[in-house]
Design a protein around this ligand. Structure first.
Ligand code: 3PG
Ligand code: MG
Length: 417
């Protein structure tokens, strides 16, 4: 049975908490964005406040073996600072028995990167490229088998399990899903996870209308499933960013050197046709800022999106597009934004994405529910200083994308049981 962190009695109990502390680090191992750490704090602090102790576990990056570059020791001091208690560190997540057993109420222990073990992901590692299918199968079976002991060891440290790692909720890994089986009556979501689930429900289940989704980013192929699911939900669909050019080209537009995926043109046309059928209004870019080079210093001009000259490529949404989109956004009661509408990493081409952030902030002020979810758009609103001016900013990239595709996330399913 699923428990709740507010009503659960943590007195004298040890909680093992899966967080997503997969934060970006610079070359000196300084954290460049600690959002994911800060957003897990309410859960971690609550357990300590209620007389429990913490065993905190996470992955960092995608190491394929023990690699000091991906050690969570780089973040221990910052986690201690945020939590307000010194956090101990277990250098091997599978050999933390003594440290976990010695934890007293109010104390916290961080386990080393779970992905130093292949068992966390449950996928074989280090196979030679020329191994046979049979050998691959055997290796897979072997790691699935050794994964059982790995999960059991993690579970043995604690009395209860909390999953607060929304960013990793789309992975069916040892620490995000399998471990829940050891705590049939003592498993629960953390507050961050609950907030993310509520945000998803606010757009996918309980959206107030009109509901507008702004889907941007560079590739149609990575957003196809999201677009298809959105057609079932929204009133308006704004399609921007690099992926928009595939739609424009599919309809016969001249897109110059702009990014596009020819093989996705039939799907793009299908989406447009389906939208028409369902009465969903589609807003492609009508005007584009083009450049003669993929560079911040390139020459630029503003042209109609379907008349991009040869040798030029679309880099950002033009003012006319932004004006139309703004009207749509401000006329909405629910707005979902996933993916930038220009090459916002280059200041010259960040204006469109900044305008969308401003429009969302204005819509929020007028009472609309606004959710920014998924990877680059989250980075954009955060960098541009709009993170606290919208209703909700997700900590999930891939996880949010899969949720928006309408998929069940293993990390959520494991707690709900
Ligand atoms: C992320 O940042 O995408 C999450 O932490 C999950 O990491 P992964 O994509 O390597 O599984
Ligand atoms: Mg990812």
């Amino acid at each position: 049975m699923q428990q709740h962190i507010d009503s659960y009695d943590f007195t004298g109990k040890k909680a093992i908490v899966r967080v997503d502390f997969n934060v970006p680090l610079d070359e000196n191992f300084n954290i460049t964005d600690d959002t994911r750490i800060r957003r897990a704090m309410p859960t971690l602090k609550k357990v300590l406040e209620k007389g429990g102790s913490l065993i905190i576990m996470s992955h960092l990056g995608r190491p394929k073996k023990v690699d000091p570059k991906f050690s969570l020791k780089h973040i221990v001091d910052h986690v201690s600072e945020c939590l307000g208690v010194p956090v101990q560190f277990a250098e091997d997540c599978q050999k933390a028995d003594a440290q976990a057993a010695a934890l007293k109420p109010g104390e916290a222990l961080l386990l080393e990167n779970l992905r130093f073990y292949a068992e966390e992901e449950g996928k074989p590692r280090g196979l030679a490229e020329d191994v046979s299918e049979d050998e691959k199968k055997a290796a897979k079976k072997a790691v699935k088998e050794s994964q059982k002991a790995f999960v059991k060891k993690l579970a043995s440290y604690a009395d209860c399990y909390i999953n607060d790692a929304f960013g990793t909720a789309h992975r069916a890994h040892a620490s995000t899903a399998l471990i829940a089986d050891y705590f049939p009556n003592d498993k629960m979501f953390g507050y961050l996870m609950e907030g993310e689930i509520a945000a998803i429900d606010n757009v996918l289940k309980n959206a107030k209308r009109p509901f507008t989704a702004i889907i941007g980013g560079s590739k149609v192929s990575s957003k196809l499933a999201v677009l298809e699911n959105m057609l079932e939900k929204v009133d308006n669909l704004i399609i921007g960013g690099g992926m928009g050019y595939t739609f424009l080209k599919a309809q016969g537009g001249k897109i110059g050197n702009s990014l596009h995926e020819d093989d996705l043109m039939p799907q793009a046309l299908e989406i447009l046709a389906k939208a028409k059928e369902k009465g969903v209004k589609i807003f492609l870019s009508v005007q584009t800022v083009v450049a003669d080079d993929f560079s911040n210093e390139a020459n630029t001009q503003i042209v109609p999106s379907t008349e991009i000259p040869d040798g030029w490529e679309g880099m950002d949404a033009g003012p006319e597009s932004l004006k139309i989109w703004k009207e749509v956004i401000l006329g909405s009661k629910t707005v979902l934004w996933n993916g930038p509408v220009g090459v916002f990493e280059m200041p010259t081409f960040a204006k469109g994405t900044l305008q969308i952030a401003e429009d969302l902030a204005e819509a929020t002020q007028q009472g609309a529910y606004t959710l920014v979810g998924g990877g680059d758009s989250v980075a954009a609103v955060t960098q541009m200083g709009y993170a606290d001016k919208v209703s909700y900013v997700s900590t999930g990239g891939g996880a949010m994308l899969e949720a928006l595709e309408g998929k069940d996330l293993p990390g959520i399913a494991a707690i709900r049981g």
